[in-house]
Ligand binder design. Structure first.
Ligand code: ADP
Length: 220
């Protein structure tokens, strides 16, 4: 598992998404080969990424010359040029890259990428839009959809949870959510237990079905 985590990664497309992703992988200690067809982009990032090349990723010979077939993991971070995104992904499938992460700019684009063999499809703008929709209500301070129907949210405790041990609140039975972590003012987040007593001003992380999490934060 640890070995797999440190497997080098090819990142194709150094737009906003691809460049942030490549830099974060390097920061985590993962070796990255970054590819973009715009020489200016490659030049600008050459100081921060040691393995970086100017190449057209829709050209299988260029990918072979760069040693892409040796990699087990790749990210196709090309969004707006859907044709290049699809062609690049299909070439990585042809080169038998085991783990192919591909960025899509729409659900249809994502479905095509899945159909041609991308193992993971991400829709960063879509996902962020949904996430921010939960935040603008002001009741959630953070929100992560873990699955289609399950979410985690950072919020404040409603009145009915304050001052009594969590185990006595009947929270899960009444509202279908669980408090998983708590942060008191000036302290770090810690696990919640049935004995945890929440105070006004605490931050909590709750987990549960998406509709239950949404309804729970309406108690605030
Ligand atoms: P973002 O929204 O993350 O900025 P873009 O889709 O705008 O994403 O950027 C994608 C990047 O991929 C650009 O830097 C672009 O030069 C690069 N790119 C597009 N097509 C190819 C290709 N065929 N080969 C290599 N790089 C490509």
């Amino acid at each position: 598992m640890a070995e797999r985590r440190n497997d080098p990664v090819v990142v194709i497309g150094l737009g906003r998404f691809g460049s942030s992703l490549a830099l974060e992988l390097v920061r985590q200690g993962t070796e990255v080969l970054a590819i973009d067809h715009r020489p200016k982009v490659v030049q600008a990032m050459a100081g921060q990424l040691t393995h970086i090349a100017t190449a057209d990723s829709t050209d299988i010979e260029a990918l072979r010359q760069l040693g892409v077939p040796e990699f087990r993991r790749a990210v196709v971070a090309i969004g707006s040029d859907i044709e290049a995104s699809i062609l690049t992904t299909s070439l990585l499938v042809e080169l038998e890259i085991e783990d192919i992460w591909a960025k899509a700019i729409s659900r249809q684009h994502g479905r095509i990428l899945e159909r041609i063999g991308a193992t993971h499809v991400v829709l960063p703008e879509h996902d962020m839009g949904e996430r921010v929709a939960h935040l603008v209500s002001g009741r959630m301070l953070d929100y992560i959809a873990v699955d289609e129907h399950f979410a985690l949210a950072k919020t404040r405790p409603p009145k009915e949870l304050v001052g009594i041990p969590l185990g006595d609140t009947g929270l899960r039975r009444k509202h279908g959510v669980t408090v998983v972590s708590v942060k008191s003012e000036g302290e770090e987040f810690t696990y919640a237990t049935p004995d945890t007593v929440l105070q006004y001003g605490d931050l909590i992380i709750i987990a549960g079905a998406t509709d239950k999490v949404e309804r729970f934060t309406e108690l605030l």
